[in-house]
Write a protein that binds this ligand. Structure first.
Ligand code: FES
Length: 681
């Protein structure tokens, strides 16, 4: 019956109704149209590497059977031409299980076609950003399969010219250049593939690689070079999947933990720049080796890479001396995005592999910041968003679709556990969570690698014993000391508390709090938080808050609508304790979110979608840079931000939690003011 209906329809107008799901695209097409082309014309792009030669199997579709009143279609498998011999052969080899190859089918009658996810070109990945978005897969490198005209005595043209001709005729790719390495093996590649080859092309401009016959697989590396940690994500450029992630400590740490000490190392040591540069390259090669090994690949499979980092890391990676970044006016050697060959930097990827660095915003605000913008897209939001990437050098972005401001602030390495008496990196044994009972002043702690909260006197297995305090632990410890009234808003120990608890003790005039006594530690020595540790945290958080405040003042924002904590460290900070400490401004607590390694995510998105590289270039020009070191009000904001949570800014969200100053604390405060006053006379 359906057949009769179709036949009569065709006889009347020679057109067929087609609907493509799930896109919901519909249209009338001439009888006999190729299904792959029809789909493309209706705006549903199907995957194709072989260009419709029934070889790659990427264009698989399902013909739905039955009557679909909503679409006015009576659909049937025999409304497409029967499978060709080549399609049958492909099906036997790869088990198509009732699916058809769109490139092999012609439309004879009305059909409703379902396009499976894996057959859709321009696949999308869900971005794990604070505001969930989808990223379209549209990488800079693509692969196409072509059949090249064999040489002929009557035609003296070269193999390269005939490959160009085939790429133009079969894929509309005109005027391509080639990587210098292509020619060395082109003739053997063509002959080995019987003049059918798979070609990898960068940005529709350059042939990177030619492989004999039909070949699948396209891989890239997204890298975030942090001052402390380098993270590399190996991605499948066709599906967007992260195949492996590897991280390593930045080997430059041994030359100084903060950026300026690395700049001065490059300045003062004759081999300094070369050592810093080679260290990054060596580490990147190791990460690529490990990541590809995890995925069953080799580094030579990497054909594209996107690199982000702060300006000093960016320059050192490229082998550029960072001396100009060390002093005003902080001019970078180049701020635009760069397209380079990975081999020119000594990277052991495929010899023709491309490499893209995202642009810098300014001499202090780098490609990592641009990557955060790409990942979190504050420029697409109405809410005034503060993004803080806490690291040795904190990156700060504030704004929304109307206006975006960016700055960096030298917080130093205290948040990473450095400069803290028992500070350590986040690793098993590190205290990462702290609670202090405001009545008894007794602590509870959690250490990495052991799930339960630990209380004083607990009988612990060795792996639960504390070895030190990591960044999130020291933030919670200082905030809890303040909430329990052990330290005062100026960060100093309240001397009167020592009478209430043996945990508060003095080494000379310097107070300290015993967070874990010897029975709870792996070393047999107590883990303490000293007055100097608290001071180091105050200095770091004040630098961060002052930078944020400068941006808020420039923007004209009294409050922010949401705070996104980026960076590995940001994922582990308790938003409540960060606010108690005054690390971030007042905001509804439920609007403070950790967004993970946003810079790494941004690098990955730019690897998967070349349009985002253009967006990054536009954002880098549009974002207004605020140079914190040059701002006259920075010092004033910095001093005010030393207080807990702040000397003058209100924190209404914390109102119910903050301690009331004790009488002795007030007296102590008055005494210190008097002493200062007398000293100034
Ligand atoms: S496009 Fe390759 S098999 Fe159809």
């Amino acid at each position: 019956m359906a057949k009769d209906f179709v036949e009569s329809t065709h006889q009347e107008n020679h057109t067929c109704q087609i609907a493509l799901m799930p896109a919901g695209r519909k249209g009338k097409v001439p009888r006999g149209s190729n299904l792959l082309k029809v789909a493309e014309e209706l705006g549903v792009e199907l995957e194709s590497i072989c260009g419709g030669r029934q070889t790659c199997g990427k264009c698989q579709v399902v013909v739905e059977e039955g009557h679909f009143p909503k679409h006015g279609i009576a659909s049937s498998a025999d409304h497409l031409t029967p499978p060709t011999a080549r399609e049958i052969e492909y099906s036997q080899e790869h088990r198509l299980q009732g699916r058809r190859l769109a490139c092999a089918a012609e439309v004879l009658g009305d059909v409703l076609i379902s396009v499976p996810e894996e057959s859709q070109a321009r696949k999308q990945v869900i971005a794990k950003a604070a505001s969930e978005r989808t990223i379209e897969i549209d990488p800079a490198v693509r692969q196409v399969y072509v059949e090249v005209r064999p040489p002929d005595l009557s035609d003296p043209s070269g193999d390269w010219e005939r490959l160009q001709e085939a790429l133009e005729a079969q894929w509309d790719l005109k005027g391509l250049s080639m990587d210098s390495g292509v020619l060395a093996t082109l003739q053997s590649d063509l002959r080995e593939g019987n003049f059918a080859v798979t070609v990898n092309i960068w940005q529709e401009r350059e042939v990177l690689r030619v492989l004999p016959g039909y070949h699948e697989g396209l891989y890239g590396l997204a890298v975030d070079i942090g001052s402390t940690t380098i993270v590399a994500h190996l991605c499948d450029l066709r599906t967007g999947a992260v195949l492996a992630t590897q991280a390593a400590m930045n080997p430059q740490v041994r030359y100084g933990e903060d950026l300026m000490s690395r700049v001065s190392y490059a300045n003062s040591e004759p081999q300094g720049l070369s050592r810093l540069h080679r260290g990054i390259i060596r580490t990147l090669n190791e990460l690529a080796e490990k990541a590809t090994q995890d995925a069953g690949l080799i580094p030579e499979d990497i054909l594209d890479a996107v690199i982000v980092g702060n300006p000093v890391m960016h320059h050192l990676f490229l082998g550029i001396h960072p001396r100009e970044l060390g002093s005003a006016p902080f001019a970078p050697a180049v701020s635009a995005a760069l397209d380079l060959k990975a081999r020119d930097l000594g990277l052991n990827f495929h010899p023709a592999s491309r490499l893209h660095t995202l642009p810098l915003i300014a001499g202090h605000v780098g490609a990592d910041n641009v990557a955060v913008l790409i990942a979190e897209a504050p420029d697409e939001q109405d809410e005034v968003t503060l993004i803080v990437d806490v690291g040795t050098n904190a990156e700060i972005v504030l704004g929304n679709r109307q206006r975006l401001l960016a700055a960096s602030s030298p917080t130093g390495p205290a948040f990473e556990g450095a400069q803290i008496t028992h500070g350590q990196r986040a690793a098993p044994g590190a205290i990462e969570r702290v609670r202090i009972d405001p009545q008894t002043l007794e602590p509870r702690i959690k250490v990495i690698g052991y799930d339960a909260w630990i209380i004083p006197g607990a009988d612990l297995p060795h792996e639960a014993r504390a070895t030190g305090i990591c960044g999130s632990g020291i933030i919670e410890a200082v905030a809890e000391l303040f909430l329990a009234g052990i330290i005062q808003p100026d960060g100093l120990f309240d001397a009167s508390v020592a009478e209430r608890s043996p945990r508060v003790r003095y080494q000379g005039r310097t107070g300290e709090y015993v967070l874990a006594d010897e029975s709870l530690t792996a070393t047999g020595l107590p883990v303490v938080v000293t007055q100097n540790d608290i001071r180091a945290i105050q200095l770091a958080k004040a630098a961060l808050y002052a930078g944020t405040k400068l941006l808020m003042n420039h923007w004209g924002a009294e409050r922010v609508d949401q705070v996104l904590l980026a960076g590995a460290f940001g994922s582990f900070i308790s938003p409540f304790h960060a606010m108690v400490l005054g690390l971030i401004p007042d905001c509804k607590l439920e609007k403070v979110m950790a967004v993970g390694n946003a810079a790494g995510d941004g690098a990955r998105f730019a690897l998967l979608n070349r349009t985002l590289r253009l967006k990054a270039a536009g954002l880098a020009r549009w974002v207004e840079h605020v140079s914190t070191p040059l701002e006259s009000s920075f010092q004033d904001e910095f001093v005010a931000a030393l207080g807990l949570p702040h000397a003058r800014d209100p924190f209404p969200t914390l109102q119910a939690f903050l301690p009331k100053p004790s009488a002795s604390a007030k007296q102590g405060h008055r005494n210190r003011i008097r002493e200062k006053h007398q000293a100034s006379l």
